[in-house]
Design a protein around this ligand. Structure first.
Ligand code: FAD
Ligand code: UDP
Length: 378
């Protein structure tokens, strides 16, 4: 008899499995339909012996000391600051747009103060910032929006930035400095021996049993368990009762090249050329030394595994209906990027899972008085 059945061995499922087993002494069964743990953060050594991320580049960054310390129990870290270049007008320039981006693009030598003036002169005032178009044009104007954001977003999401919530492009800042890091979080690092090793350490507790290649539907009702923690797509859990929630997918094309380096940065974005959005060269991320190099191309599409919830008002509305159902469903906790339909980074999912753990154990502590003798047996 398991106390919990956990569906999904990604961050949401693995953090909860670890906490419930090690923190609360529960017996936990984790199932995943894939043949590995780690969810989308899974990494492995490819045929050439290079550590690659099967589902695209995963860079860990957080401002949360709690999340950092928690994961640090299961891995050592390798300090890593991520840098991205965008291919625009035949050049590879820093992305996020910064002082050097503008100077290279326009052949100028502006100072930080002058570039700030420049942004102000080209910015288009927007009354209320609602969409992903508003975010960018209100800061850097239409020309830079067209060069860096419009086409990338259309490719990545299959829709125009004006149809997406502000939060999508707001992930990428604009800078007047020369700082060319993709993230500015306090903690930025990669698990020293990879994500998969970190997940294996989390799941190594004797109270945790992991079943791979197993869909939730195969074990539902077949194995005795108490409560369920579900980290798959929420619409699928409810058999698409209100219709399908859109999730954007990607096809990853991995390649190993007979050369030590392929490109000048970990990631190069291609807003305006090619059907793929970006190319990642993994050795930058991992620091691995190897005479060959492995890269991955990302081709967005609607068909395939669900990777991104699509943030726009009608989807939020549809999700709200599923969430109401979820709230009425006793004994099932919905956690993670797919089950709560949120465009969350890894650290946000870890934080959400840790909060859920507190809720679960807190709920237990203040449960209705089932232990009162007069209620026993009723
Ligand atoms: P998942 O990792 O999706 O895990 C869910 C698991 O549930 C999956 O393994 C799935 O197989 C399993 N499952 C689903 N349904 C069933 C079922 N019916 N039965 C059994 N198993 C089931 N975040 C960052 O912080 N930094 C990054 O650089 C970054 N890069 C990213 C790049 C890409 C291309 C993508 C797609 C995401 C990226 N993320 C990044 C986000 C990160 O992947 C997620 O925040 C995180 O992996 C979500 O964890 P999760 O446990 O919620 O979901
Ligand atoms: N984006 C863009 N051009 C870029 C980089 C990002 O238009 O060169 C937009 C695009 O809509 C993308 C979003 O900003 O989906 C968020 O970018 P991020 O790099 O955070 O995407 P993720 O790594 O989550 O795929």
């Amino acid at each position: 008899m398991f106390d919990y059945l956990i569906v999904g061995a990604g961050f949401a499922g693995s953090v909860l499995a670890e906490r419930l087993a090690a923190g609360a002494g529960k017996r936990v069964l984790v199932v995943d339909k894939r043949n590995h743990v780690g969810g989308n953060a899974y990494d492995h050594y490819d045929d050439a012996g290079i550590l690659v991320h099967r589902y695209g580049p995963h860079i860990f960054h957080t401002n949360s000391r709690e999340v950092w310390d928690y994961l640090g129990r299961f891995t050592e870290w390798r300090p890593y600051e991520h840098r991205v270049r965008a291919s625009v007008d035949g050049m590879l320039v820093p992305m996020p747009i910064n002082l050097d981006t503008i100077n290279s693009l326009y052949g100028l030598s502006l100072t930080a103060f002058q570039v700030d003036e420049f942004f102000k002169s080209v910015a288009e005032p927007v009354d209320e910032i609602r969409t992903s178009e508003d975010v960018v044009v209100s800061k850097v104007g239409r020309e830079l929006y067209e060069k860096f954001f419009r086409n990338y977003t259309r490719k990545q999401w299959g829709m125009d930035p004006s149809e997406l919530d502000a939060q999508v492009t707001a992930r990428v800042p604009t800078r007047t400095s020369r700082d060319d890091r993709y993230f500015t979080d306090t903690y930025q690092a990669m698990p020293l021996h990879g994500y998969t090793r970190m997940f294996e350490n989390m799941l190594a507790h004797p109270n945790i049993k992991v079943m791979l290649n197993t869909d939730f539907r195969e074990v539902e009702g077949q194995i005795p368990y108490g409560e369920v923690i579900y980290t798959g797509p929420i619409d699928e859990y409810f058999d698409f009762r209100f219709g399908k929630l859109p999730y954007r997918s990607l096809t990853f094309r991995h390649q190993t090249l007979n050369q030590e380096r392929y490109q000048p940065a970990a990631v190069v974005n291609y807003p305006n050329e090619h059907p793929y959005t970006r190319i990642t060269e993994f050795k930058y991320l991992t620091g691995q030394e190897h005479p060959k190099t492995s890269i991955v191309f990302e081709y967005p599409g609607d068909e395939g595994d669900p990777y991104y919830p699509v943030p726009r008002p009608e989807n939020a509305e549809l999700y709200r209906r599923y969430r109401e159902l979820a709230e009425e469903t006793q004994g099932v906790w919905f956690v993670g990027r797919l089950a709560t339909y949120r465009y969350y980074n890894m650290d946000q999912v870890v934080a959400q899972a840790l909060t859920t753990y507190k809720k679960i154990t807190g709920t237990k502590a203040v449960r209705p008085p089932t232990r009162q003798p007069e209620l026993a047996g009723t």
